[in-house]
Design a protein around this ligand. Structure first.
Ligand SMILES: Cc1cc2nc3c(=O)[nH]c(=O)nc-3n(C[C@H](O)[C@H](O)[C@H](O)COP(=O)(O)OP(=O)(O)OC[C@H]3O[C@@H](n4cnc5c(N)ncnc54)[C@H](O)[C@@H]3O)c2cc1C
Length: 348
């Protein structure tokens, strides 16, 4: 098993980057490298996922005195690591870059003393037995917090996978300049779709928004900016049915409500149709709600005894965010402690 770090932690944050959460990159930390263990370890709480929700759960586990572990299959920090523009809305930071906030959160977890473990491959969670299996070790927990986050939803239409294979996966904030004077298609009706459309139009792109409804879920701020922008055309209700182009994207075929199909030129396509929870490897899934995310009560209890969820994995798209993920992590741990100490509904 490889424990990334245990407390206490010293040294500055400087130099932390996408590859440096390996043990060797923290020379000042008290780091345990152990031989791979085959025996199962018992902990009171296993947290699966080290984004903002899982990190918060790990910090809170220590605070309430639980023996705990946070297990991460990718890079700790979660989605924040890929946020290019500044985050202006996380209290305490007037404006912070995603990777910088991720770094601060990971540092806080490491300082808390709850171990952060690199799963070294896929993670299998057996919810009935409350077991977490990884190539790096195996944990039997009294409670598990699922904090596996979410990823962008795909359209599943012809040409989409080929576009991704060609590396045409754009960020509106990072890549807007590339599309100056070029046609682009943005698909979706939420905040990320409309914010992206506006950023692209401001940078000089000719933007077409394709949305399957006539109402838009996005905040009023973005609706107002988009609907009065001269560089943006809105097609709704309309459905993208194919992305076309061989060496690079050339156009999108769009079905218009009741009016057949048209082809719209596109040098870039931005699919912004929400997210879906990361649930791979979770055997014995808790119930999902009508939004397709893990259903939880107010405190993060799922439909399964001893299984809690926090963050984007259990939050519908309009309500996701760092602040809500962090709050969820705290609530799930407090609920787990209460259940362990109280009526204890899930213990033999
Ligand atoms: C481009 C962009 C801009 C954003 N801007 C803002 C903003 O301005 N303000 C704001 O508040 N929010 C913003 N967000 C949203 C915010 O980043 C998320 O809401 C937040 O990161 C959710 O935290 P989380 O811990 O629930 O999930 P995630 O951040 O998704 O973290 C989940 C973690 O779990 C890991 N994982 C997944 N599956 C497994 C598994 N089976 N086993 C172990 N580990 C697993 C993942 O590798 C990941 O590290 C933005 C997101 C994006 C993508």
């Amino acid at each position: 098993m490889r424990i990334i770090a245990t407390s206490p932690v010293s040294g500055s944050r400087a130099g932390w980057n996408s590859r440096s959460w390996c043990t060797g990159c923290f020379p000042n930390r008290e780091v345990k490298e152990e031989a791979r263990v085959s025996e199962r370890q018992k902990v009171e709480l296993a947290v699966v996922g080290a984004g903002p929700a899982g990190i918060s759960a790990g910090i809170w586990a220590r605070r309430v005195g639980l023996s705990a572990v946070v297990i991460e299959a990718g890079e700790p920090g979660g989605q924040l690591r890929g946020v290019r523009g500044p985050i202006p809305d996380y209290p305490g930071w007037r404006e912070v870059q995603g990777p910088e906030l991720a770094r601060a959160l990971v540092d806080h977890l490491l300082r808390s003393g709850t171990p952060l473990v690199d799963s070294a491959g896929p993670v299998r969670v057996d919810t009935a037995g409350r077991l977490v299996h990884t190539a790096a070790g195996e944990w039997e927990a009294e409670a598990i917090v699922l904090a596996t986050g979410a990823r962008p939803r795909r359209l599943g239409i012809p040409g989409e996978a080929a576009m991704e294979r060609r590396g045409e996966v754009w960020s509106a904030s990072r890549d807007a300049g590339r599309f100056r004077h070029l046609p682009v298609v943005v698909i979706g009706g939420g905040d990320r779709a409309l914010e992206g459309a506006w950023l692209l139009a401001e940078a000089g792109a000719q933007v077409t928004i394709v949305h399957r409804r006539t109402s838009f879920r996005a905040r009023r701020e973005w609706r107002e900016r988009v609907f009065r922008h001269p560089g943006i055309t809105v097609m709704a209700p309309a459905w993208a049915v194919a992305i076309q182009g061989s060496d690079q994207t050339q156009s999108v075929r769009i079905r218009l409500g009741g009016a057949g199909e048209i082809e719209v030129p596109a040098a870039g396509v931005f699919v912004r149709i929400g997210t879906e929870p990361n649930l791979e490897g979770i055997h014995g899934l808790p119930r999902l709600d009508s939004y397709g995310v893990v259903a939880v009560d107010r405190w993060g209890r799922t439909s399964l005894p001893g299984i809690y969820a926090a963050g984007d994995v259990c939050t519908p798209a309009p309500y996701t965010g760092v602040a809500s993920a962090v709050a969820d992590g705290m609530r799930a741990v407090k609920a787990a402690v209460q259940d362990m100490e109280g009526a204890n509904p899930f213990k033999g």
